[in-house]
Design a protein around this ligand. Structure first.
Ligand code: FAD
Ligand code: NAP
Length: 311
C-alpha cells in the first residue's frame, strides 16, 4: 500500500512529490496521464516565477522538476486515474484507466483546471501569440498598449480591472448587455475610464500576421460588425475543473465541492475527507499561478505526512 498517491504531475503534484518523499514518506507514487510538467509547458515564456530571470519557456522551467523529485524517491507512473474512492477503513483506492487499482493511505489530488475556449475564428491559431487566458501571466507584455477582454462573468471583469492598471485601454467585449459578475465589480468596471464596454457583441474572428494578433472583429445583434485594433485578446469564458477523478460510482463527489466544481479546502489543503488533500488550480479560489500551485503542493504534502504519521 502506498503512503501517498499523488494524482497529476503539474507544478502542484511535482512539489507534493518532492515534499512527501523528502519529508520521509517511504512509498509515494505520482500518477500522471501525460508528460510531467502540467499546463505551463504550453507557455512560450514565463516571467513571474520567483528567482527565474531571462527568457525561459514553461517547458524549460519544468524540465528539472521530475528529476529533483526522483532523487528523493518519488515514483512516477504514466497512467490516467479514473476514480479515487475511500473504503470503510479509511483506505483509498486509486482506480486507473487500464482497469487496475492501487491502495493508498493518503491522496493528494492535483489535476488542475482548463480554461474554456470561446470558439471564435483564429482563437486556436493565435493562442499564445496574442490570445491568452491569463492576465496575470501575460498582461505585462501589453504594458501601455490596448487589449480586448472577452466575457461577462466575475473572472472577465476582475481581469479587465487588473489589465486596466497595466494597459492603455481595455475593450470589454460581452455578448449580452448585462453581466453575471458581482454588482460591486460591475460598478468598478463602469467607473474605470480606461475600460470601454462593447456590449451585445459576439467575437467572430481574431486576425493577425506572422508576429501575432493585430485585431478582433465582433458582430452585433443587429447585424453590424466592428473591427478593434489590439495586439492582445484575453478570453475569460469559464473554466472546466478537472475533477472527474473525484466522481464516485453513484455520481456524487468524494468530498465537498463548490457549486462550480472546485474542491473545497482549508488553508492546509485538507478536503472534507480525512487523508484527502487537493492542491493547485483545481482547488477553490486558486490564483492559477505556478508559484501558488507549487506552494499548495508543499502545504498538502506536509499535511499528508502528518496524517500518515498520526494514523
Ligand atoms: P496543471 O498544471 O494543470 O497540472 C495538472 C496535471 O494533472 C496535468 O499534467 C494533467 O495531465 C494531469 N492530470 C489531469 N487529470 C489527470 C488524471 N485523471 N490522471 C492523471 N493525470 C491527470 N502561471 C504562471 O504562474 N505564470 C505564467 O506565466 C503562466 N502562463 C501560462 C500560460 C499558459 C498558456 C497556460 C495554459 C497557463 C499558464 N499559467 C501560468 C498557469 C499555470 O500553468 C497553472 O496555474 C499551473 O500549471 C497549475 O498547476 P497544477 O499543478 O495545479 O495543474
Ligand atoms: P462564468 O461566470 O461562467 O462567466 C463566463 C462568461 O463568459 C459569461 O459572461 C458568458 O456569457 C461568457 N461566455 C461564455 N461562453 C462564451 C463564448 N463562447 N463567447 C463569448 N462569451 C462567452 O465564468 P467565470 O467568470 O470564470 O466565473 C466562474 C465562477 O467563478 C462564477 O460562478 C463566478 O461567480 C466565480 N468567480 C467568483 C469570483 C469572486 O467571487 N471574486 C471571481 C472569479 C470567479 P453569458 O453571461 O452570456 O453566459
Amino acid at each position: 500500500m502506498l503512503d501517498c498517491a499523488i494524482i497529476g504531475g503539474g507544478p502542484a503534484g511535482l512539489t507534493a512529490g518532492l515534499y512527501t518523499t523528502r519529508g520521509g514518506l517511504a512509498d509515494v507514487t505520482m500518477f500522471e496521464k501525460g508528460m510531467p510538467g502540467g499546463q505551463i509547458t504550453m507557455s512560450s515564456e514565463i516571467e513571474n516565477y520567483p528567482g527565474v530571470t531571462g527568457h525561459i519557456s514553461g517547458m524549460d522551467l519544468m524540465i528539472p522538476w521530475p528529476e529533483q523529485c526522483q532523487k528523493f524517491g518519488l515514483k512516477h507512473e504514466m497512467a490516467e486515474v479514473v476514480r479515487v474512492s475511500r473504503g470503510a477503513e479509511g483506505i483509498f483506492t486509486v482506480h486507473k484507466g487500464d482497469g487496475s487499482s492501487v491502495e493508498a493511505k493518503s491522496v493528494i489530488v492535483c489535476t488542475g483546471s482548463t480554461p474554456k475556449r470561446a470558439g471564435f475564428i483564429g482563437e486556436d491559431v493565435f493562442f499564445g501569440r496574442g490570445v491568452s487566458t491569463c492576465a496575470t501571466c501575460d498582461g505585462f507584455f501589453y504594458k501601455g498598449k490596448e487589449v480586448a477582454v472577452i466575457g461577462g462573468g466575475d473572472t472577465a471583469l476582475e481581469e479587465a480591472l487588473y489589465l486596466a492598471k497595466i494597459c492603455a485601454k481595455v475593450y470589454l467585449i460581452h455578448r449580452r448587455d448585462t453581466f453575471r459578475a458581482a454588482p460591486s465589480t460591475i460598478e468598478r468596471v463602469k467607473n474605470t475610464e480606461s475600460i470601454e464596454l462593447v456590449l451585445n457583441a459576439t467575437p467572430e474572428e481574431v486576425v493577425g500576421d506572422a508576429s501575432g494578433v493585430t485585431g478582433i472583429r465582433v458582430a452585433f445583434a443587429e447585424g453590424t460588425t466592428r473591427h478593434i485594433d489590439v495586439p492582445g485578446v484575453f478570453t475569460f469564458v469559464g473554466y472546466n475543473v478537472n475533477n472527474q477523478v473525484l466522481i464516485q460510482e453513484d455520481g456524487s463527489f468524494l468530498c465537498d465541492m463548490t457549486p462550480w466544481g472546485e474542491v473545497k479546502v482549508d488553508l492546509s489543503m485538507k478536503t472534507s475527507v480525512p487523508g484527502l488533500f487537493a492542491a493547485g488550480d483545481m482547488r477553490e479560489q486558486a490564483p492559477k499561478q505556478v508559484v501558488c500551485a507549487a506552494g499548495d503542493g508543499a502545504v498538502a504534502a506536509l499535511q499528508a505526512i502528518a496524517y500518515v504519521d498520526h494514523h
